[in-house]
Write a new protein. Structure first.
Length: 240
């Protein structure tokens, strides 16, 4: 019980970081817009087209649930392997899946909700193919695939979070939702640096500044809230 309460507190403490990360992503996009000059640059349009195409598939056609379940369980397994755990077995069916590990932690448990596996594979495939082929003519197609697969991740993640998930219940709802939101925003920021002229250092700079400003605003708010509470005096309430 105490551990669950501690995780809830940690989740609340992550919320200002979510705000800071969101401000950093916005700042990065603002820089790109001012540098490019056009309303929607062609690369951004390609990503948006990919996002739109997936939304059409998601809402108008039968949903490839099994593909999402496969990515979900593979992500558990990949993160477990990265963090030094053994993958003992994995099962994937049309409606459910499971993976058995030697041990787990909150990152392994929550990874499928913030790590877009198919997007990662698409992003890695482009530079790898570029070692053997001229991929420049296919850059816009690649960007559309990035948008398509990222939108796949977001829609299925939202849908899965709308129902009771053992992963979320295990880590605590407040902590899980806060961490998932934070990590998804950070993934977007890093992803922007991978598909645009923006550099990772630019995003890190925005994140550092936004974190300092958000921390200062949070402390100021906490002080005002504490002062307000301290001014409240118990009294007698008379009802007619």
């Amino acid at each position: 019980m105490l551990w669950k309460a501690a995780r809830s507190v940690m989740g609340i403490l992550l919320l200002p970081l979510c705000v800071a990360a969101g401000r950093a992503v916005f700042g990065l996009l603002k820089d790109l817009h001012s540098t490019n000059g056009s309303l929607i640059p062609l690369p951004a349009a390609a990503v948006l087209i990919g996002i739109g195409l997936w939304l059409l598939v998601y809402f108008l056609l039968p949903r490839p649930v099994r593909s999402y379940i496969l990515a979900h369980e593979l992500t558990h397994a990949i993160w477990a392997a990265i963090l030094g755990e053994r993958v003992l077995s994995m099962k994937v069916s049309r409606s459910s899946g499971s993976v058995t590990l030697s041990d787990s932690n909150f990152l392994i448990t929550l990874a499928p909700y913030f790590f877009p596996l198919y997007t990662f594979l698409v992003m890695v495939a482009y530079p790898l193919a570029g070692l053997f082929l001229d991929m420049a003519p296919f850059r816009l197609v690649w960007l559309a695939l990035v948008g398509f697969t990222w939108s796949f991740h977001v829609t299925f993640t939202i849908a899965s979070l709308c129902v009771r998930q053992p992963d979320i219940r295990e880590c605590g709802y407040v902590f899980s939702y806060a961490l998932i939101l934070l990590m998804n925003i950070l993934v977007v920021g890093v992803g922007i640096t991978a598909v645009s002229p923006a550099r990772l250092e630019d995003f890190a700079g925005h994140l550092a500044r936004a974190s300092i400003e958000t921390a200062a605003a949070t402390v100021k708010f906490a002080r005002k809230a504490a002062h307000f509470v301290s001014t409240i005096r118990p009294g007698v309430c008379t009802l007619n």
